[in-house]
Design a protein around this ligand. Sequence first.
Ligand code: GCB
Length: 594
Amino acid sequence: MLRPQDTPTRERRSLAGLWSFRLDPALVGADEQWFGGPLEHAREMPVPASYNDILVGTEGRDHVGDAWYQTTTRVPRGWAGQRVVLRFDSATHAATVWVDGTEVVRHVGGYTPFEADITELVTPGDEVRVTVAVNNELTFQTIPPGVVHETPNGRRQQYFHDFFNYAGLARSVWLCAIPQTRVEDITVTTDVRGNDGVVAYAVEIAGDDEHTVEVVLHDADGVEVGRSQGAAGEIVVPDAHLWAPGDGYLHVAQVEVRSTAGELLDQYAQTVGIRTVEVRGTEFLINGAPFHFTGFGRHEDTPVRGKGHDDAFLVHDMELMRWIGANSFRTSHYPYAEEVYDYADRLGLVVIDEVAAVGQNMGLAGGIFGGQNYTTFSPETINDVSREAHAQAIRELVARDKNHPSVVLWSIANEPESDTDAARAYFEPLFTLTRELDPSRPVGFVNVMLAPHGACKVSELGDVVMLNRYYGWYVNTGDLEAAETAWRAELEQWATDGKPIIITEYGADTIAGVHSLTPQPWSEEYQVAYLEMNHRVFDSVPAVVGEQVWNFADFATASASVFRVDGNKKGVFTRDRRPKAAAHALRRRWNRDA
Ligand code: GCB
């Protein structure tokens, strides 16, 4: 599903703004046909934004059920004869959409786009009413999983991951005009031969069969560097300027569809970063050169707007990344807004792209999230239906992000149970699927401390080893010497697998402003000492090719918890993006060679 664009043949209109809004905890809206007319008893709600923290009190924060959104917009007069498409960049976690009372699409999965062709329901020049019921319930059959409990005090949502279950329309909504005969999809893969860049493409066209396709490749200055006819082909760029970490050089492939008479039917501009990614032994190679990941696991999380995408935070956060010397991040623990990947492409930032499979681990969730009553993988809990939802989430992730040069690695789960045969049986087909969908990138999953080397039955399926470890925090708390010994011992075992190791999480909760002469947990000094200890360990194990601190910034977690105070404080920046002492320490380390 291509991202909306304005081109000579396409137009898009953002539906951002204030929509009518009404919570529906009793789930009566569909029966009462709230989609049938103007939403009654509504208040206003910004789109894009998560609704939870916009409202005051527990009503929005702890809501379980549907949230109804409605807006009216005018379909531009000039769109007659075009396909009119309504597109949601996301709806968390499931949505049903009506246009003037007619249901047009349903979608499950909170972090990927979906769209509906509404051409037959609208008249260019007229107003149209769009109504969406967004459901935030997580079950064992959703990605991520959760349980809704019916209690004497109402319905309560339990979940097994460590970030707040923000919901709503957190990303853009678009009304688009797209030609009848159109570019439906583009897949670009790139290679480097000697000094030449090779751009292989496959274009899918929908509509009239009588057409021709041409792809014209331009460099960043707009100079044509090659062209090719046909729906699939290859363009060789002599002496190509490659996309590389720190150098977000982008070519643009103009895909043009013409009638046999030569009339332009559709045009779509696909950015292309020419680069290669390869895992060789314990090295992670980008353009043949060993790459060492520095940076963070992040969250889409800001005050008030929750997971609502915001360009100001996007640019500011990436400025902070640049300041600190980070060259990469992981989209922990779900696919982020597409604006983030576009920007990473342009900045030359490297992305580990993660599907929203987090919390599939009742052993881990037991102590923290009350998952002790459940078996992770079983017919009653995470089962074949869940795996199909997981597979679908992977399909939608790869379909959406496959053309981003910044994305170098797929992460198909964060910290699932991985030391059982059931886990192995669950994950094996998902690795196969991901490789079928995209043979051009390595695939991995993030291993949890409960499944150390030797016990983990899933790691051998991955091209890389990704480890989240908290020596000196959750274990050996406060004893960095013992932590260093234990951590090095474990890491040396992983190194015997002969794969690159990326430390995808290491971190210590730190309250900004708490200081201590001896490094005490929760103090800024401890966070610095903790990171330095980790770095000594990483630097002594050559197979370690990456260090991503948990987390870029403090973030919101579930409201009811005795082990989080006002959220997770492992941020190197506070939630409002002020640096802790650790930020300066990381900046020194990551700019050593500068
Ligand atoms: C983890 C999880 C992450 C948590 C973090 C923590 O292992 O992957 O989602 O926030 O630990 O701080 O406990």
